[in-house]
Design a protein around this ligand. Structure first.
Ligand SMILES: [Zn+2]
Length: 148
């Protein structure tokens, strides 16, 4: 995948990610935000959405750890990771790679999620061949609290 060949919406998303800007599309009809952005609103079907900048901060709703067969080297090089459903502070939910998830802290994270605690995550960009992949990592206060 080359940035120059991406569709404009996808391109703007990845250009933003590389600069630390997180752009979604907001529906003026129902207020839903698509992130990562789509042209159409998936909530009401409206085709007339507009750009909205997100903070990039979110919370972890659930997690899955990769098995031996699907542990990707380019991701592993950046640290231990898993996959998580991330809800952005502005509302949209999507699955991302999340750094800091381990076999050791998984039970505690699951317990906290079940208890309704907020597990904050923020972007961690991973450089790929010609583009930047948006991943997330646990917030520092979460990491700190897991050490205890
Ligand atoms: Zn809508």
């Amino acid at each position: 995948m080359e940035l120059s060949k991406m569709e404009p919406i996808v391109k703007r998303f990845y250009e933003g990610v590389a600069k630390g800007e997180y752009w979604g599309r907001k529906c003026p009809e129902c207020g839903a935000i698509e992130f990562p952005p789509h042209l159409m609103c998936n909530s009401c079907g409206n085709r007339d959405t507009e750009w909205v900048r997100l903070t990039g901060h979110g919370k972890l709703l659930s997690l899955v750890l990769p098995g031996i067969q699907n542990n990707k080297p380019y991701l592993k090089d950046e640290g231990k990771y898993g996959y998580g459903a991330v809800q952005m502070d502005e509302g949209p939910i999507y699955t991302f790679v999340v750094y800091g998830l381990t076999k050791k802290n998984r039970p505690e994270l699951n317990r906290r999620i079940k208890a309704g605690e907020t597990i904050g995550v923020h972007p961690k960009n991973v450089q790929r061949d010609g583009w930047v992949e948006l991943c997330f990592e646990l917030d520092d206060d979460v990491k700190e609290s897991l050490k205890k």
